[in-house]
Design a protein around this ligand. Structure first.
Ligand code: C2E
Ligand code: MG
Ligand code: MG
Ligand code: MG
Length: 278
């Protein structure tokens, strides 16, 4: 293994390893600067009510253009931000930016539900509730229109996050489980945590309508959600068939490239206007 080879003093810093370590360092340094240089921004993916196609809200998604290497995907830089702990300060900045943007839309008469992704590292870090309160207060965005998306794995750190999740709920902020079905879900957690929405992972949606096990799992998730009184959002809807099938299964909301990818904030009012009226 690389470890054994390392102990023998060779192969550990193979060229590939060296360049990976270097890449990682470049990302870390870039993220450190992102706190100040505005290279980290948000785009907003519309969320659609499947029954009538109206736009009901947006999910804020982080976008990063590194000054030298260009666009870096969230699946690459979010894990680095999490491992280095930088997600705490960057996530706080993004949460406030999203709330400010939400308040700007409201002021122009566009009342949208706003979803923001939150890492477990933010929830277990110090002072998340203070950060949330500050974002709401400074922006004036109403807590009741804000949703925080947390991945299933975060739910497993329950002992550390339960108090925080309850404080979030007390403020009227909605909590949802993101990528539902891909983690090691403990179904009993759904009953004991203050969760209101499940987001079905796009890997299931992408198997629809033909893949039998995707359909079976989607059905199971929808039925669990319904029996617990949870709202459902399907992510990754790419075809009209998928929209139709999910709608008829009783899935209320969805997002996906069929409707729109994540868009710059200033494109959202125009998109909303192009959808059926609510
Ligand atoms: P996610 O929260 O599950 O977001 C959904 C991802 O699916 C987004 O990828 C979105 O662009 C993509 N997507 C939406 N519709 C479709 C579709 O129809 N087909 C396909 N193939 N993909 C679709 P993105 O923006 O690359 O983000 C990836 C992940 O990075 C997010 O997954 C989320 O876990 C994380 N992330 C993004 N922004 C943030 C953030 O501000 N904070 C934290 N903690 N994580 C974030
Ligand atoms: Mg999400
Ligand atoms: Mg997701
Ligand atoms: Mg994801």
């Amino acid at each position: 293994s690389a470890k054994a080879a390392g102990r023998n003093g060779y192969a550990w810093f193979s060229e590939e390893m060296a360049s990976r370590a270097k890449q990682r360092l470049v990302l870390e340094q870039g993220l450190l600067q992102a706190r100040h240089d505005h290279s980290l921004t948000l785009q907003y993916q519309p969320q659609i009510r499947l029954a009538d196609g109206a736009m009901t809200g947006v999910e804020a998604l982080a976008r990063w253009t590194h000054p030298e290497i260009g666009v870096v995907e969230p699946d690459v830089f979010i894990p680095v931000a999490e491992e280095t702990g930088l997600i705490e300060v960057l996530g706080a900045q993004l949460l406030e930016e999203a709330c400010r943007q939400g308040a700007i839309w409201r002021a122009s008469g566009l009342d949208l539900h706003l979803s923001v992704n939150v890492s477990v590292r933010q929830l277990t870090g110090s002072g998340f509730i203070d950060i949330l309160d500050a974002a709401l207060e400074r922006s004036g965005f109403p807590a009741g229109r804000l949703e925080l998306e947390i991945t299933e794995t975060a739910m497993l750190s329950l002992d550390k996050t339960r108090g925080t999740l309850e404080s979030i709920r007390e403020r009227g902020v909605t909590l949802s489980i993101d990528d539902f079905g891909t983690g090691f879900s403990c179904l009993s957690l759904l009953q004991h945590l203050p969760i209101e929405r499940l987001k079905i992972d796009k890997s299931f949606i992408q198997g629809l309508p033909d893949n039998g096990s995707s359909l079976a799992l989607t059905l199971a998730i929808v039925s669990i959600a319904h029996s617990l009184g949870l709202d459902i959002v399907a992510e990754g809807i790419e075809t009209p068939m998928q929209q139709e099938q999910l709608g008829s299964l009783g899935c209320a909301h969805g997002q996906g490239f069929l409707f729109a990818p994540a868009l710059p904030a200033d494109a959202i009012p125009g998109f909303a206007a192009s959808r059926p009226l609510r």
